[in-house]
Design a protein. Structure first.
Length: 192
């Protein structure tokens, strides 16, 4: 698929009419700072659409980008962000849960992004359970692969294969963008 247009539509923090329209959504979720916003920017290739940053907790709302006028890419705030304090963390967790359990939400794929050096964390396993319980299609993106050598890559891949054998895992780097076309194709594929 060629990206011909990508525009920011809106950011929400709770139930909203955009969740009820019929446009299919590709959602990006993961721990704070794993590169959700960077991955979206790299895939859409329209300069900097989604805000990124070195500091954790950069994305505070659920941001909708309309792509090719026919689907949304959805940038979510990260979970497991310690610095924000308990209440902040709980509010973000609540926002994420509300989104994934919204009745009738038209989610095509959830891209769960992890850091290739870190692998799956307790927070990610928790999120995977929630996504599975709600019947969502999940693809794991192992990001920041530019920072791993071959040995580290295969170690992380085999660890994940043991922990989540049925999971589709795609190594990626939002910086080098290697494997971008294949990743896009997998993300926009319809549920089997
Ligand atoms: N080396 C490397 N750095 C990356 C990659 N992707 C993102 N980063 C860096 O990681 C940091 C966080 O990136 P963001 O895209 O803001 O991460 P996020 O997951 O959206 O973070 P929150 O919105 O805070 O949850 C930035 O400094 C990025 O430049 C990657 O593939 N490789
Ligand atoms: Mg972000």
């Amino acid at each position: 698929m060629n990206i011909t247009s990508a525009i920011f539509v809106k950011g929400i923090t709770g139930p909203d009419s955009i969740l009820r329209d019929l446009v299919p959504e590709i959602a990006f979720i993961g721990r704070s700072n794993v590169g959700k916003s960077s991955t979206i920017n790299s895939l859409l290739g329209q300069g900097v659409l989604a805000r990124t940053g070195k500091k954790q907790g950069k994305t505070r709302e659920i941001n909708f980008f309309k792509v090719n006028d026919k689907m949304y890419f959805v940038d979510l705030p990260g979970y497991g962000f310690a610095q924000g304090g308990y209440e902040d963390r709980e509010a973000i967790r609540e926002m994420i849960l509300e989104y994934f359990t919204f009745p009738g939400i038209n989610l095509r794929t959830v891209a769960l992004i992890i850091d290739g050096k870190v692998g799956l964390t307790e927070f990610d396993r928790d999120m995977l359970d929630i996504l599975r319980d709600n019947g969502h299609r999940v693809v794991v993106i192992m990001n920041k692969m530019d920072r791993l050598n071959q040995k580290e890559t295969s170690e992380t891949l085999s660890r994940i294969a043991k922990e989540a054998p049925d999971m589709e895992v795609i190594p990626y780097s939002a910086i080098t963008k290697a494997g971008k076309d294949r990743l896009l194709k997998i993300l926009i594929a319809k549920k089997a």
